[in-house]
Design a protein around this ligand. Structure first.
Ligand code: G3P
Ligand code: MG
Length: 264
């Protein structure tokens, strides 16, 4: 049984990788833009450095989003701290740093943003990443509603649950497996996240019947977002936070699927 609760109303729109397309991905600049555009929630990816510290990074390697090179899991905190995480996006963002999870948590709390922390383990580091990120999330959001924690890695999700049993978890898949209800129960997960292109109406109907919100990534077309909402999708992750406004509209309460479906 899950004791986890989502202590905030699920909005319809999450800024994907912090600020979507309007800022370097997984950056504090992105969080500031999301807040300025009135978003209620953001999603970002978290990976461990060689020192075992959580940083906001999506790829296992540094080349695409920073001026560094090599594997994130081989880079020390000192090295990550010195990297430029803005200039590859645009010279106007030069000097933007890779944020630590602690810096992102402080910014979210200061800006009033809710979060979906996606645990993004390097291959072979699933268990450690899940446990470290979950413990830090619990400590960093102490005294306020914690973020929703998700991962494509079920090993990482299991480790997160063990390390911080009260955290609200989400199952994240590209295509939702047929036994999704069993898996959600196993993790005490509250929400189900999947690729928008692979979401199917039968699963959406089953999720609706169970009171499980389905969240889809990555939706950048406002018409597609509207169509998904009409089909029963609760929320979307988008890069185009300028085109798919949140409007502070909430998708509704989350139901505890794992404990018999009590609405809260
Ligand atoms: O968590 C939803 C979405 O972010 C998953 O895809 O690759 O952008 O982390 P990705
Ligand atoms: Mg992500």
């Amino acid at each position: 049984m899950s004791e986890a609760r989502l202590g905030w109303r699920l909005p319809r729109v999450f800024a994907h990788r912090c600020g979507g397309a309007l800022a370097p991905e997984n950056s504090l600049a992105g969080l500031r833009i999301a807040a300025r555009l009135g978003l209620a929630a953001v999603e970002f990816d978290v990976m461990l450095s060689a020192d075992g510290s959580p940083w906001l990074l999506h790829d296992e390697t540094l080349e695409r989003t920073t001026d560094g090179a090599g594997r994130v899991c081989d880079a020390s905190d000192e090295r990550l701290r010195r990297l430029d995480a803005g200039v590859r996006r645009h010279p106007a963002f030069a000097g933007e740093r890779v944020p630590t999870l602690a810096a992102a948590a402080a910014a979210c709390r200061q800006l009033g943003l809710h979060a979906n922390v996606e645990i993004k383990p390097a291959a072979g580091c699933e268990e450690l990443t899940g446990a470290v990120v979950a413990r830090q999330v619990q400590a960093l959001w102490a005294g306020s509603a914690p973020p929703l924690v998700s991962s494509f890695s079920e090993v990482a999700l299991a480790a997160a649950r063990l390390a911080a049993p009260g955290l609200p978890l989400a199952c994240l898949y590209e295509r939702v497996p047929a036994d999704w209800r069993v898996r959600m129960h196993q993790f005490g997960a509250l929400t189900l996240h999947c690729a928008a292109a692979l979401v199917d109406d039968r699963m959406l109907a089953e999720a609706r019947a169970c009171g499980v919100p389905v969240l889809c990534y990555t939706v950048n077309d406002p018409l597609l977002a509207s169509a998904l909402f009409a089909r029963g999708v609760a929320a979307v992750f988008t890069d185009r936070i300028d085109r798919i406004p949140d409007g502070n509209a909430a998708a509704g309460h989350v139901t505890d699927h794992s404990s018999g479906g009590n609405t809260r």
